[in-house]
Design a protein around this ligand. Structure first.
Ligand code: SAH
Ligand code: SF4
Length: 473
């Protein structure tokens, strides 16, 4: 596919915002307070995209609800990474039939990665007549215009043209929280791992300009955000398309220089592009969390090759060793796919032994899901679902055991945590995160939400740590 850089002109975004204001008069006519519901599936990038959709909707005058029976507009932001997510979306979109009947005039939009696949758009066109608007990730920037077309023309609108992707600055954002923020630094992926649909639906890698990213980070810090997660499918290739001599490590350093007490996190890091310079930068930048999500996918070099991951088991283990040399306290998490086509018992055993060797703090494990149009979809796959489930269960057991052991080692230690929210429970009413991103439950004053606090860890299990406030920091 040909690489193209396509920046959306600022005047185009201004035009979209002007459309929001035109729609404002229409949807708030007679003093009405219209409501919208945005339902998000999948990864953090989708969460960040939904903040933009809500940003536009807020400009149009919409308030937000979680109840589809109250909503005038429903936007379902979908994921295509695994079949399970797609099935859930289709089931839930089908169920909107009830709210649409109860609220004639309700507009239903489906967007995101799932609908960037032709067969899915066709399915919605044919079998889901309640859906009024369908738009892919490359069209998000012109959501106001598309919604206006639905409202004014009273016909269904489909905007899912093939594209290698765009970069659009200046879209308003309606963020989810006040403590943690997502900050997209790049879009798309060039890696074409053989199982993965992302490069087909999200287009080629496009980096935002460093000054745009740093400016947004500065604004977030000034607005009081304390935990900023830099997002990209492979943040380690940030800047390669810009030709500006700025790489991901340089970007971290620039953000680290912003005055204020806050944490820098990032995801996801592709192991083949994780450099010693990155680990050194993480160790040297005091605001950078000592956490790296480094998806290994498999512990077998043969499977890694079939996956087109670009590293062997040994090269991966070497990167982990270097990273730990720079940061002995590094928290390491990973993604693993079980049951890639043709994965044998012995190859799966190599994944188990790699996990034993690395001892991840947490692992996200998935059973391989066949994705239309990817190379792996046509690879021979003689193993049954039951075989894969058995492996998946064994890996989960291992992962749970190691996480519990790792958490047990925190007991009695003092940790500086960021209190990020209330749990809604009476006991352990607050949730917090360690520098490395481990979840800590606390019993303390809700006024501490948004503050860094020193806690003593009193207990822990597979999923979380429990602590008490040692001293207000
Ligand atoms: N860009 C990120 C993650 C993208 S998808 C990265 O490369 O790490 C998130 C995770 O979903 C992947 O790490 C992988 O473990 C899993 N995944 C992707 N495609 C999948 C498929 N077809 N079946 C099962 N899991 C998959
Ligand atoms: Fe998918 Fe691989 Fe790109 Fe991650 S790096 S999004 S797994 S193709």
């Amino acid at each position: 596919m040909k690489y193209e850089r396509t920046s959306i002109a600022p005047e185009e975004i201004s035009r979209q915002i002007a459309i929001c204001h035109t729609l404002f008069d229409r949807v708030t006519a007679g003093g009405r307070r219209p409501l919208a519901m945005v339902d998000t599936y999948g990864c953090q990038q989708n969460e960040a995209d939904s903040e933009k959709i809500r940003g536009y909707l807020a400009e149009m005058g919409y308030g937000f609800t979680g109840d589809e029976f109250q909503a005038d507009v429903i936007v379902v932001n979908t994921c295509a990474v695994r079949e399970h997510a797609e099935m859930r979306v289709l089931g839930n979109v089908g169920a909107l039939n009830h709210s649409k009947k109860a609220r004639p005039g309700q507009i239903i939009a489906v967007c995101g990665c799932m609908v960037q696949q032709e067969h899915m758009t066709e399915k919605i066109r044919r079998s889901y007549p309640i859906v009024d608007l369908v738009f892919g990730p490359h069209e998000l920037w012109r959501f106001p215009e598309l919604l206006q077309q639905v409202m004014e023309r009273h016909k269904r609108v489909f905007a899912t043209e093939k594209s290698s992707g765009v970069v659009a600055e200046g879209i308003p954002e309606n963020r989810d929280g006040r403590v943690k923020a997502w900050l997209s630094i790049m879009y798309g992926c060039n890696n074409f791992c053989t199982y993965c649909v992302v490069p087909y639906v999200r287009g080629r890698e496009r980096s935002r300009l460093p000054e745009q990213v740093v400016q947004e980070a500065r604004e977030l810090v000034e607005a009081g955000y304390k935990d900023i997660t830099l997002l990209g499918q492979n943040v380690n290739s940030y800047g390669k398309d810009l030709g500006l001599d700025v790489d991901f490590a340089d970007l971290i350093r620039e953000i680290n220089a912003i005055p204020g007490d806050f944490l820098i996190r990032f995801m996801t890091s592709h192991p083949k592009d994780a450099t010693e310079k990155l680990f050194r930068t993480m160790a040297e930048c005091e605001k950078c969390a000592h956490h790296i999500h480094l998806p290994v996918q498999s512990g077998s070099s043969r499977i890694l090759k079939a996956m087109n991951r670009g590293y062997t088991r040994e090269q991966y283990l070497e990167k982990v060793a270097i990273a730990r040399r720079y940061m002995p306290d590094l928290v390491l998490t990973t993604d693993i796919i079980v049951g890639f086509p043709g994965e044998t018992e012995e190859e799966f055993a190599e994944t188990l032994s790699l996990c034993e060797a690395v001892r991840y703090d947490a692992m996200f494990t998935f059973i391989y899901s066949k994705r239309v149009g990817t190379p792996a979809a046509s690879m021979p796959d003689p193993y049954t679902r039951e075989d894969k489930q058995k492996h998946f269960d064994a890996l989960m057991d291992l992962s749970n055991r190691i996480s519990a052991e790792k958490h047990a080692a925190y007991i009695g230690t003092r940790q500086r945590v960021l209190v990020d929210g209330e749990t809604g429970r009476e006991e352990y009413n607050l949730s917090a995160r360690t520098n490395g991103g481990r979840l800590v439950h606390l019993q303390a004053d809700p006024a501490l939400v948004g503050s860094f606090v020193d806690v003593e860890i009193v207990s822990g299990n597979t999923w979380a740590l429990y602590g008490k406030v040692a001293q207000h920091g």
